[in-house]
Design a protein around this ligand. Structure first.
Ligand SMILES: Nc1nc2c(ncn2[C@@H]2O[C@H](COP(=O)(O)OP(=O)(O)OP(=O)(O)O)[C@@H](O)[C@H]2O)c(=O)[nH]1
Ligand SMILES: [Mg+2]
Ligand SMILES: [Zn+2]
Length: 300
């Protein structure tokens, strides 16, 4: 194989799985190496392109990370969790059952907007017709905001996602049990095998995904499967970034009575007026206020 350099040679590849501080790197020639980052800090994400020094037959040490086109991450006060690098779009995976958190949806969308990523929503398990109907009703504010909502049943046919995934690098996120891995397995039968291999490797018979993993759909399209999310901190964002994360609010920029309006309860707030007359969905403004107070409250 072309890419297998002599001992100590520098190789290049893409991180296709992240297990804590260990990364599986695939070279363009197809070789796979278990790599550790050099030093203590580990700021490498699934999807990253890296240069690494080969330290063994199938091992290496990551020397550097190439500049990224995007970095999808969540953060709390003192830590960041890198989710996926070099992704062009976000697919928020929801399901008819179990119930999903709307705050989580909004937080994921804000993080994607911050990285200028495209985003859309998938409502999975639509074979459960009754629950799908009420779930869909909860998604009206997002449709109104302009997000595409794809209804499907991964158990029946996930193929309708394919046109949206072509020539994109897509990260699938959502709460545990929504069906992210089932969707990927439906699109890529060989993913099932990879998942099983990883489960064996980690000696866990569980369904649930424990590590981020990149799958190649074709030469120009990739998918990243992630462990289920319970929370999504946005500590790395300023108040303005959170406002910007609500795409349909942008048309009202600069129209509030006060230039420093926080869109909470100030008089003459253009967003409050737009929500009142239905031009923006009141639930989105409510979500903005909740998240903004929780995250950007620290900035005054
Ligand atoms: N009825 C129905 N069940 C589904 C569908 N898709 C997935 N499931 C089931 O939902 C459960 C969870 O699916 P997973 O694909 O493991 O969910 P996940 O989002 O990857 O979960 P985590 O890895 O824990 O984050 C499994 O039992 C699936 O069989 C669907 O379209 N319809
Ligand atoms: Mg999974
Ligand atoms: Zn305002």
């Amino acid at each position: 194989m072309q890419d297998v350099g002599a001992g100590g040679a520098t190789l290049h590849g893409q991180v296709i799985a992240a297990f804590g501080r260990q990364y599986l790197v695939k070279t363009d020639g197809g070789g796979q190496f278990a790599c550790f980052p050099r030093g203590k800090k580990s700021d490498v994400a699934c999807g990253d392109r890296v240069a690494f020094a080969r330290t063994g037959d199938d091992q290496g040490v990551i020397e550097s990370v190439d500049p990224r086109s995007s970095l999808f991450l969540r953060s709390a006060a003192h830590r960041q969790k890198l989710i996926a690098a070099n992704v062009s779009q976000l697919a928020v995976i929801l399901a008819a059952e179990p119930s999903f958190s709307e705050e989580l949806i909004n937080r994921c969308l804000i993080a994607a907007e911050f990285q200028s990523m495209n985003a859309f929503i998938v409502l999975n398990k639509c074979d459960l017709a009754e629950s799908a109907k009420s779930a869909l009703a909860r998604l009206v504010p997002y449709r109104q905001a302009g997000y595409r909502i794809i209804e499907l049943s991964a158990l029946q046919d996930a193929g309708r996602l394919l046109p949206l995934l072509a020539r994109q690098s897509t990260v699938l996120v959502g709460q545990s049990g929504m069906g992210k891995s089932t969707i990927i397995n439906a699109l890529l039968p060989e993913a099932r095998i990879a998942t099983r291999e990883i489960s064996l490797f980690l000696a866990s018979g569980r369904h649930t995904t424990t590590n981020a993993r990149l799958y190649r759909l074709d030469a120009d399209s990739t998918l990243i499967d992630c462990p289920g999310l319970q929370e999504f901190g946005l500590h790395h964002l300023a108040r303005q970034d959170i406002v910007h994360g609500f795409v349909e609010f942008r048309a009202y920029s600069g129209q509030c009575r006060f230039q420093n309006c926080r869109h909470l309860s100030e008089p003459g707030c253009a967003l409050a007026l737009a929500a009142k007359n239905g031009a923006i969905h009141p639930q989105r403004l409510e979500m903005f206020r909740r998240i903004s107070l929780a995250e950007a409250g620290r900035n005054g």
